[in-house]
Design a protein around this ligand. Structure first.
Ligand SMILES: [Ca+2]
Ligand SMILES: [Ca+2]
Ligand SMILES: [Ca+2]
Ligand SMILES: [Ca+2]
Length: 293
């Protein structure tokens, strides 16, 4: 019995919300030279880029080991170890996030006032339940809004250290449009992101699928732009107390909440997302204790 309980309480080895394996990679023509390592699209979105700069909507990831560039005619298939679900508990119905290297121009450099979107390079997205049958998602560019915001406590052009990572498993509201952000200052931008790390949101219901294992990003043979991909991420349900995203709620999550106690710019530690790490967050950890979300 004790043995069984221990197994249940242990996290799945290496369990995380990021894409795990490159299944297929075909480099296209005219992609950015040197950006041809497909494993750059695995794991967590980039939060710190070249020269220790924090990744922000004004400073997208640009290291060669951080993003992969598809090129014209390029195609990349990624697999998740755990299926990505069309979970009704996911925020805004969004189940999957893609991170590229789009960014905002700065209308008041270095003040951080959002101008237009740059590096929004398109790319076709397909999803699959088994890695064999593919369903294309219409109107969903792989590399576009929203640019990655790596940290909640840094400025638009800061270098390390920053302390409070954004939540890269939390989408922006689909009600927010790029036009809403143009002309906004840094603090308003942070408010609009609402603790999210950005990314392009995908609702698997749009593909008519309850779960997927794999995504395919491809770029037309005659495409002028080359999309870049940084990461693919399984969205975490609302009020999930799995703060460190290892798919079990245990003492690690409890300690994370305690160490951010009282913080007003927390990321996942603010489990109910009311703006402060406090008693309700602690109660959610206790209520979900031992669960594997
Ligand atoms: Ca959904
Ligand atoms: Ca990456
Ligand atoms: Ca956890
Ligand atoms: Ca809270």
């Amino acid at each position: 019995m004790l043995h069984t309980l221990l197994i249940i309480a242990l996290p799945m080895l290496g369990a995380d919300p990021w894409a795990d394996t490159v299944v297929e990679w075909s480099v296209g023509a005219g992609g950015s030279p040197g950006y041809d390592d497909p494993t750059s699209a695995l794991g967590e979105p980039t939060r710190i880029t070249v020269d220790n700069e924090l990744v922000t909507p004004f400073v997208p990831a640009w290291g060669m080991d951080e993003i992969v560039s598809l090129g014209a005619g390029g195609s990349l298939v990624l697999r998740f170890d755990e299926p990505v679900l069309d979970d009704p508990g996911n925020p805004h119905g969004i189940d999957l996030l893609l991170f590229g290297n789009a960014g905002f121009t700065d209308m008041a450099y270095p003040g951080g006032v959002a101008g237009g979107l740059f590096g929004s390079d398109g790319g076709q997205v397909e999803v699959s339940i088994d890695g064999e049958t593919w369903i294309e998602l219409q109107g969903c560019p792989a590399d576009g809004a929203w640019p990655t915001l790596g940290w909640l406590d840094g400025g638009p052009y800061d270098q390390v250290p920053a302390l409070q990572p954004s939540d890269c498993t939390w989408p922006l509201s689909p009600d927010i449009l790029v036009e809403d952000i143009i002309g906004q200052d840094w603090n308003t931008l942070l408010d609009l992101y609402g603790g999210s790390g950005g990314g392009t949101g995908i609702d698997l219901a749009d593909a008519g699928l309850g779960s997927i294992c794999c995504i395919r990003i491809s770029n037309a043979p005659d495409a002028f732009f080359s999309p870049e991909l940084d990461a693919a991420v399984d969205v975490s349900p609302i009020e999930s107390a799995d703060v460190n995203l290892d798919r079990v709620v245990n003492v690690i999550d409890l300690l994370a909440v305690i160490s951010s106690w009282g913080s007003i710019d927390a990321g996942r530690e603010d489990i109910d997302r009311d703006g402060q790490v406090a008693v309700p967050d602690l109660l959610l950890v206790i209520a979900q204790w031992g669960e594997t979300p």
